[in-house]
Design a protein around this ligand. Structure first.
Ligand code: NAD
Length: 376
């Protein structure tokens, strides 16, 4: 059915249902009954999302989360594999016309089913795919890290601005209650200002994948894992960025795997009020912890600090216990609502850029052995 006809039919059905309800309210049991105060209204259309890149994060998290969202739904994909795209079209009930490949993204411009393009490819491809989406007039969500470099972040921000579309970064932890509590504590200073922060995040990389390839990943674990500690420390600093960093790369134990990226990094971040975050990340150990301490108390993310399941969080007042929501569903619904009501997203491109400024300073500090000032 053509769209115009479909709309006419929907309006007619609505009018018919209103008439029916109106008449029914007058005649039930021969008694006069008041008309219902609430009339039917047309449900707003869910915004259509197209996922770019159908790897692990799209398959295991974003796709399933899009089945839980209220304001958006999966309406298409951009993939290098036509067969995979067709399987997704079946699983998520969208037309095969909404399957694109990385070279046909400009054709998204004429697809009215798709409002938001969510870039979930390797980091080094985010800029290319996000800019293509913006040029096609689509709102953009870019996975973390937003891009390989600050210059690429600037190019994405400029493209979205020029196309007058909204831009967000996949910082799902802003929608997690434990991290929201961290932000609240930082703001309201229940434990005083946090002055001592510590973070440790790593996993053991068994075989080389794109995450250990500089062109595709932008760097090593600091890009993929360290960024969470950087972001968490800025949350604990009530949204402020550090003013300076020092850093030292780990000695490589698998130089054949980590040819052009670090295998691990120790670094510190100094904040303007004297707070310091000491952090480490690597592809040679397993960890996921973060803590922040003030002069009146502390909060410690003891397990799964930055993931979506199994967080164990304690404070100097006792353990925290929240029902874990689906972070990705909340994140995508929030972005959809920002578009629908023309509000600013709480996780804009500028936050993604800020973290890349800090990462570039950390790489410079590691390369020079010097303390490097951070200029966001
Ligand atoms: P993945 O390797 O599982 O998937 C990457 C996808 O990109 C694959 O479908 C692959 O086919 C496609 N691709 C296109 N061009 C490619 C190329 N030249 N080389 C390699 N792959 C190519 O990776 P992933 O874990 O899904 O990560 C994708 C992005 O999502 C990354 O930016 C990552 O940092 C981010 N991510 C975020 C979270 C989070 O919690 N926010 C979690 C996991 C991954």
């Amino acid at each position: 059915m053509k769209k115009g006809n479909k709309n006419k039919t929907m309006k007619k059905n609505l009018v018919d249902r209103r008439n029916f309800i109106g008449q029914a309210s007058l005649v039930v049991g021969g008694l006069f009954l008041p008309r219902p105060l609430q009339s039917f209204s047309i449900e707003p259309r869910k915004l259509g999302v197209a996922l770019v890149g159908l790897g692990k994060y799209s398959t295991n998290q974003l796709g399933p989360a899009l089945k839980l969202t209220q304001y958006c739904k999966l309406a298409g994909v951009v993939t290098g594999s036509k067969e995979k795209g067709e399987q997704w079209a079946k699983d998520y009930d969208f037309p095969v016309e909404n399957i694109y490949n990385y070279d046909t993204m400009s054709q998204l411009a004429s697809n009215k089913d798709i409002d938001i393009v969510y870039v979930v490819t390797p980091n080094g491809l985010h800029a290319q795919h996000a800019i293509a989406a913006a040029k096609a007039g689509k709102h953009v969500i870019c996975e973390k890290p937003m891009a390989n470099t600050v210059a690429e972040c600037d190019a994405i921000i400029a493209a979205c601005h020029a196309a007058n579309v909204k831009l967000s970064v996949g910082y799902r932890l802003h929608f997690d209650p434990y991290h929201q509590e961290l932000m609240r504590l930082a703001k309201e200073k229940d434990f005083g200002s946090f002055t001592i922060m510590k973070g440790n995040r790593g996993f053991v990389m068994a075989k080389k994948v794109w995450r250990a390839d500089k062109k595709l990943a932008g760097g090593g674990p600091i890009m993929d894992l360290g960024i969470y500690i950087i972001h968490g420390a800025c949350m604990a600093a009530n949204g402020k960025a550090p003013i300076a960093v020092t850093a030292k790369e780990y000695v490589k134990t698998k130089p054949e795997m980590f040819t052009d990226v670090e295998e691990g990094m120790d670094w510190t971040m100094e904040f303007a009020d004297g707070a310091v975050c000491t952090a480490t990340t690597s592809y040679q150990h397993s960890s996921d912890t973060f803590s922040a301490e003030g002069n009146k108390g502390w909060i410690a993310f003891k397990e799964h600090a930055f993931t979506y399941k199994g967080m164990v969080v304690e404070t100097s007042r006792g353990p925290l216990s929240f029902t874990p929501p689906n972070q990705q569903a909340l994140q995508m619904d929030d972005f959809a609502q920002c578009i629908l009501s023309n509000k600013k997203t709480r996780v804009p491109g500028e936050l993604g850029r800020r973290d890349l400024v800090i990462i570039e300073a950390i790489y410079k500090a590691a390369a020079t052995g010097q303390r490097v000032e951070v200029k966001v």
